[in-house]
Each structure stands twice: as structure tokens, then as C-alpha cells.
Design a protein around this ligand. Structure first.
Ligand code: PHE
Length: 369
């Protein structure tokens, strides 16, 4: 070791330069670095040997060794930069995103309630309906009064209404209080009122949305969804109502469905009815369209003359029908979900199982679901 000459160092330099050059990747390059400059690397050992050299030797070999160390370190750095560039180029080439390709499997799913509302919109828009909306926080006028609920009628309590805390400025006595009183809408029927007050007949709308009643058990949640329907014209009669709803259920359940209209009472329709569909229980599942049992799925009727008048329409000139149905219930029936409360628990496993691909649009041509 002590007989090393600067020429020997040149050989070492050439040797390491070749090995650095041949290092095919960053790992191999690091192996060369350790072999040369690591704690027990060849150059490091030589530097350690300087201490045992004579002062004359040291003057020659010291700078020469330092030069070698610097050169090898620089070669390694250069090679490292080149290899990193190459690695980045390779990654860029292999991980390129073609933004024009169709999207892969999406992460989220469409909630069954959303899916069912879209299916309904598809069916009714095919029949010439458009979609209307109203606020979740309604006033007493739109939710009750204009819909022909008498002022002290028990129906207001029957709906298990959530009343909003009145604003401090609000007069809290007399009939003014009721008029200004805000509620969480107990049904989507107030959208009927808003629509009739804002547009001229002929009217043909559905109004999907959230509704609220203070009720909670296996088949009731305080928030639920309804789809309202309203048709107003100069020659609309009960036959139109029946035909429209019969066509709807068959399209919705994608099979022929037998229906039955039972007389009922709603303050805002006269006559009023509930519509049942024929069904059969098959173990835990329910089959719509066959069997000998009847299940109620919606309320409907001819719009009451008082309601038309409240909206500024002449009942002698205009008639129409309205209906309202529970979306959650229809989703459970169509897609076999056993417990209503699971619908709103927000469990990703449930959504993964019952959810729908957001990329598949419901349509009458390609199938609703
Ligand atoms: N609003 C009624 C309910 O929530 C349903 C309904 C709507 C009935 C329209 C008749 C006409 O039960």
C-alpha cells in the first residue's frame, strides 16, 4: 500500500470510471460508490494509509488521492443525474395519461334513491312532463293553507309536522302567526301551488325532493323522498290520471303491473284515491306484478277546485290531476332493500352493494337500470 504511486491511482481512476459508466441503474451505481468511497471502500482505505507514509510520500500522494476522490465522486454524481433523468423519462413514457380515453371504474356509486328519481324523470319526461322544484323549508300557506287544509284541521298534526322556531320579529299571536310560520315541508304538494302560481296551463310537471315528518321506525325516517306529479289543462279527467299512472308503474317495474284504485281522502284532491299494485311475497323478497296481495304505492286525485282558486286558476275553465309517491319505498320494492333506515346510514359497504354506476344513464332505450 505504501508503494502506491500516482500512476497506480490513474489506473484506479480509469477502473472506477469504467465501473461507474457501466452501472445500469441507481442501485448498481450505489454499489460502486460504496466500493470506492464507502467506509471500507478502496479509496477510503488508501486515504487512511496516508498517515503511515513518510512526509515526502505524503506530499505527493495526498493531493493525488484527494484528486482521485474528488474525480470519482464527480463521476458518480454525473452518472447519478443521468440515470435519474433516464428513470424519469421511462416513467413519463410508461405512465402517460391519455386524457381522451374513457374513464375507468369510478370510485363512487349513485344512491338508489337518486337512481330511482332519475328513472322516474326519464319515464315522465317521455310522457311530456318537465321537472319542477321547491324549497325544503316551506311556509304554512304553501304546505297547508293553499292545499285546502282548514286552519285548525287535524291534518296539520296528522302530518307530524316539524315546525321551525319563529323568527323573533315574527308576530306570534293570531292568524298572522300561522301564515308566516315556517315548516319543513311534509310533502312535495306545495310545489303544485308554486307551479300553478307561476305558470299558465297547460301544466305537466313532476317535482322530486326531500320531505320531512316527525316519525322514525323500520318503515319511516324523519327525512324521506317523494315525487309529486301535476297535470292541469282544460279537458283533463280521471281517465288521464289512471292511464298515466298505469303506464308509469309498468315502465318503472319493467313488467306488466296490475293496479287498483281505492277511494281515499286528501284535502287537496276530490275525488281522491290511493293506488295499489299487485304483489306476492317470495321468501324475503317481494315480486311486483303477480300474486294476490295489494300494496299501496301512491296517493292521487283530481285537483280540488279550492286549490285551483287559491292559485288564481278558474275551476270552471281548468281541471287536472295530481299524485304523490314515496321514492324510498319504491326503491326498496324495485331493488329489494329490506330496511328503510339503511338507506340513510351512509355505510359505504351498503352503497357499494346497492349503489349504481354514475356513468350509466337511465334511459327507456337502453333500460332503466
Ligand atoms: N301529498 C300526499 C301525501 O304526502 C300525496 C298526494 C299528492 C295525494 C298529490 C294526492 C295528490 O301523502
Amino acid at each position: 500500500m505504501s508503494h502506491m504511486s500516482p500512476t497506480d491511482l490513474d489506473t484506479l481512476r480509469t477502473d472506477f470510471a469504467a465501473r461507474i459508466d457501466q452501472a445500469a441503474d441507481l442501485r448498481a451505481l450505489d454499489d460502486v460508490r460504496v466500493a470506492a468511497l464507502g467506509k471500507k471502500g478502496e479509496i477510503s482505505l488508501l486515504m487512511r494509509g496516508l498517515g503511515r507514509m513518510s512526509p515526502e510520500e505524503k506530499t505527493v500522494m495526498g493531493p493525488a488521492l484527494n484528486g482521485l476522490k474528488t474525480d470519482v465522486a464527480a463521476l458518480i454524481e454525473a452518472r447519478k443525474a443521468a440515470l435519474e433523468d433516464a428513470a424519469l423519462d421511462a416513467a413519463l413514457a410508461s405512465e402517460t395519461l391519455d386524457m381522451s380515453l374513457p374513464v375507468g371504474r369510478p370510485q363512487g356509486t349513485l344512491h338508489p334513491v337518486q337512481q330511482v328519481m332519475e328513472e322516474m324523470a326519464v319515464i315522465f319526461s317521455d310522457m311530456g312532463f318537465s321537472v319542477a322544484e321547491g324549497p325544503d323549508i316551506e311556509d304554512d300557506f304553501h304546505n297547508f293553507t293553499a292545499l285546502n287544509f282548514p286552519p285548525s284541521h287535524p291534518a296539520r298534526d296528522m302530518h307530524d309536522t316539524f315546525f321551525m322556531v319563529p323568527e323573533p320579529s315574527q308576530n306570534s299571536s293570531g292568524s298572522d302567526a300561522a301564515v308566516g310560520q315556517k315548516v319543513l315541508r311534509t310533502h312535495t304538494s306545495p310545489v303544485q301551488i308554486r307551479t300553478m302560481m307561476n305558470q299558465k296551463p297547460p301544466i305537466r310537471i313532476i317535482a322530486p325532493g326531500r320531505t320531512y315528518r316527525c316519525d322514525s321506525d323500520q318503515t319511516h325516517t324523519p327525512m324521506f323522498h317523494q315525487v309529486e306529479g301535476l297535470v292541469i289543462g282544460e279537458d283533463i279527467h280521471m281517465g288521464h290520471l289512471k292511464g298515466c299512472l298505469m303506464d308509469f308503474v309498468s315502465a318503472f317495474f319493467e313488467t306488466d303491473v296490475d293496479v287498483r284504485f281505492r277511494p281515499h281522502h286528501f284535502p287537496f284532491t276530490e275525488p281522491s284515491a290511493e293506488m295499489d299494485v299487485r304483489y306476492e311475497r317470495d321468501g324475503a323478497s317481494i315480486k311486483i306484478g303477480q300474486g294476490n296481495d295489494w300494496m299501496e304505492i301512491l296517493g292521487c286525485g283530481m285537483v280540488h277546485p279550492h286549490v285551483l282558486s287559491a292559485c288564481g286558476l278558474d275551476p270552471d275553465q281548468y281541471q287536472g290531476f295530481a299524485f304523490g309517491m314515496g321514492v324510498d319505498r319504491l326503491a326498496m320494492l324495485k331493488y329489494g332493500m329490506p330496511d328503510l333506515r339503511d338507506m340513510f346510514a351512509g355505510d359505504p359497504r351498503w352503497l357499494g352493494h346497492y349503489g349504481f354506476s354514475p356513468l350509466l344513464q337511465a334511459s327507456l332505450e337502453s333500460g332503466l337500470s
